[in-house]
Design a protein around this ligand. Structure first.
Ligand code: S3P
Length: 426
């Protein structure tokens, strides 16, 4: 499906977004390890989270959905049954990496694959530490999916220092730690999203080489009710539009304000956007609130270092905002962007170029020289949800017509995206 639209003069109004994708995956996975019934409200509506649900169902976890409320029933962390067929994580890296952490400690064999994109993404980053723990995992060429995970009796606790910050790798190792004797410690050089730690009540501390998180094999996960906060990474697209379109103001209600996820809001403030945060409260251990972004003159900024993991998924839309921020915006230390659902450095640079922006590719990021205008163009989504959505926002602020090719990929995380966009821009 192609999505076509002409620029809009302004974007105004309030909106809610579906539940946070990262929290939703974890709510399902952690419920599947808890003996009893857990209830999940406000779960993400995206296809990625549906992939986690279907993998867990194949593993014998009972999941029911009615009126948007999910009930998960499990007999506890050792109750998965051996799947009859290969598990399919679809497009979802989080499903594959976190679930492999759990499967690594099982007494049965399993296999997990994904779509064409996911089968290209690197899995050595989890297979390395899981193998150190005693897991036996075979992969395809260059350790990509399908992965075949062989049975083990017990894993070994390890101390693992992540070479780059990654919440998926961190969580995979911590989950494997549930099936290991003793204490598993994961050390991150800079902090990535900490939903796993919060939701499992894990201890974090500052060590000499980074932030240390610990888990012991005897941790008992209890069934509970999860209220999933709105996804700030989905809201970010409309907040970006509020910042770049004159006379605009938009409010995202009830989004997660977990500090490991708010880097994008900080960048908007650094660029000079008006950002107002209200109604801050705590829901299920996560700070949430309403965020209003209004247009003002923006300036280019430098984005690097520990800020990167805190806005990793927002970097494509940061590139779009940068085209409207006077002067240079430099993104570096973001090499891992090349390993996402697409090579997001290439996707951002090529599409911004097609829209007439002055942009330069870096090995680990990009430089955009903001001129304040873009022209409509044919956009290649690279079958990547965040590229499709980021450039739909660019199209809103561009002169002339923009066509997003394969726009349906937005449903990976945010099926409601285009209808909310059309309403706010009406
Ligand atoms: C996620 C972690 C991040 C992020 C992804 C979701 C998670 O990936 O890009 O969309 O839920 O743990 P990495 O851990 O590969 O950085």
């Amino acid at each position: 499906m192609n999505y076509e639209r002409r620029g809009a003069p302004a974007i105004r109004g309030a909106f809610t977004v579906p539940g946070d994708k990262s929290i939703s995956h974890r709510a399902l996975l952690f419920s599947s390890l808890a003996k009893g019934e857990s209830v999940i409200k406000g779960i993400s509506t995206g296809a990625d989270v549906k992939s986690t649900m279907s993998c867990l169902s194949q593993l014998g976890v009972r999941i029911e959905s009615s009126d948007g409320v999910i009930r998960v029933r499990s007999e506890g962390k050792n109750s998965y049954s051996s799947p009859a067929t290969m598990l399919d994580a679809g497009n979802s890296g989080t499903t594959m990496r976190l679930l492999t952490g759990i499967l690594a400690g099982q007494k049965f064999e399993s296999s997990i694959t994904g779509d064409e994109t996911l089968r290209r993404r690197p899995m050595q980053r989890i297979v390395g530490p899981l193998s150190e723990m005693g897991a036996r995992i075979a992969g395809s060429e260059n350790m990509t999916a399908p992965l075949r995970i062989f049975p083990v009796e017990k894993l070994r606790a390890i101390r693992y220092e992540l070479p780059i910050a990654s919440a998926q790798v961190k969580s995979a190792v911590l989950l494997a730690g549930l099936f290991a004797e003793g204490e598993t410690i994961v050390v991150e050089p800079v902090e990535s999203r900490d939903h796993t730690e919060r939701m499992l009540g894990l201890k974090k501390s500052k060590g000499s080489t980074g932030i240390e998180t610990r888990i012991t094999g005897d941790l008992v996960i209890l069934p509970r009710e999860y209220d999933v906060a709105g996804d700030i990474s989905s809201a970010a697209f409309f907040l970006a539009a509020g910042a770049i379109l004159p006379n605009s103001s938009v409010t995202a209600r009830g989004v997660t304000l977990n500090p490991t996820r708010t880097g994008f809001l900080e960048v908007l403030v650094m660029m000079g956007a008006k950002v107002k945060i209200e109604n801050v409260r705590e829901v299920a251990g996560e700070p949430i609130g309403d965020v209003t972004v209004s247009h003002s003159e923006l300036v280019g900024v430098e984005i690097s270092g520990s800020l990167i993991p805190r806005l990793i998924d927002e970097l494509p839309v940061v590139g779009v905002v940068a085209a409207f921020a006077k002067g240079e915006t430099i993104v570096h230390d973001a090499h891992d962007l090349r390993r996402k659902e697409s090579d997001r450095i290439v996707a951002v640079v090529d599409n911004l170029e097609a829209m007439g922006s002055e942009v330069q590719e870096l090995d680990d990021g990009f430089i955009v020289n903001g001129t304040g205008n873009l022209r409509g163009a044919e956009i290649e989504s690279y079958k990547d949800h965040r590229i499709a959505m980021a450039f739909a926002i660019a199209g809103l602020a561009a002169e002339g017509k923009t066509t997003i090719r394969d726009a349906e990929w937005a449903q990976i995380s945010f099926p409601e995206f285009f209808s909310i966009l059309d309403r706010l821009a009406a």
